[in-house]
Write a protein that binds this ligand. Structure first.
Ligand code: MLT
Length: 245
């Protein structure tokens, strides 16, 4: 078995994900938002690379009645129905709706996984279900990649800590053989912060930015482990819940 953690999708080569199972992490906030939306009954999510692409996708017949959601610089996009806050993904707003989503880093990381056999989204919000699936895949002899969305093409503490927590569950306390160096470093981060999600999330640049612009409640929401226990799966350009909440 092989388990690689990648701290950012920048420069990702196709053969790093081809034929493998990939878990994408953008804990602040895109993958947390996807878990919240699917848990609250959204029919599916279409990730888009840009605002223009999101608008184009939302006009397609298969996206009839869809809601545009997302952020730029953390703030809601003018003209979009919802921002990128998990707290906005209430049952009232999202049940039975298709969401078309574009975010600064998260949706690009999701779409960088072309060629992977399975693509799942992970966050604190679904850590246990994502960890169980990763462990099952490794047990079946599959190669697994944990891909952090990172920040502006670089490392982000919030995603790297989450990757470490997921890697610990994936290997189930077993030997770290088969882990790349980023995986070893991510597991070290998980041990350094222990079970305390709030601390690494609010210390990260993404967390500090969100707190500064008034989204501190989102950081705390993203730090609640297993509160949106859906497993979002990206297949054929659409994200759906692989396991019902
Ligand atoms: C991203 O894609 O970079 C994040 O989801 C940013 C955010 O939520 O503000």
């Amino acid at each position: 078995m092989k388990l690689d953690v990648l701290f950012s999708p920048a420069g990702l080569a196709k053969d790093e994900v081809a034929g493998r199972a990939v878990f994408v992490i953008d804990v602040l906030r895109a993958t947390t938002v996807a878990c919240a939306a699917l848990c609250h009954g959204a029919r599916g999510i279409l990730p888009a690379r840009s605002i223009d692409e999101a608008i184009r996708l939302s006009a397609m017949p298969e996206a009839a009645g869809s809601l545009l959601i997302g952020e730029r610089a953390g703030r809601p996009i003018p003209g979009f129905a919802l921002g990128n806050s998990p707290l906005e993904m209430t049952e009232n707003r999202v049940r039975d709706r298709t969401l078309v989503m574009t975010t600064t880093n998260g949706t690009n990381a999701m779409l960088a996984t072309e060629g992977a056999t399975f693509v799942y989204l992970a966050a604190a919000a679904n850590l246990t279900v994502a960890g169980a699936r990763a462990r099952e895949l490794l047990g079946a002899g599959r190669d697994v990649v944990i891909l952090c969305a990172g920040r502006s093409g670089g490392f982000s503490l919030d995603d790297a800590y989450t990757a470490g927590r997921l890697a610990v569950l994936a290997i189930g306390g077993g030997p770290a053989a088969g882990l790349n160096d980023a995986g070893l470093a991510a597991i070290d981060l998980a041990h350094r912060y222990g079970d305390d999600w709030q601390r690494p999330l609010e210390r990260s640049a993404a967390g500090r930015h969100l707190i500064e612009i008034g989204y501190g409640a989102d950081v705390s929401d993203a730090a609640r482990q297993d509160q949106y226990p859906a497993l979002p799966e990206l297949a054929g350009r659409r994200i759906r819940a692989a396991i019902a909440a």
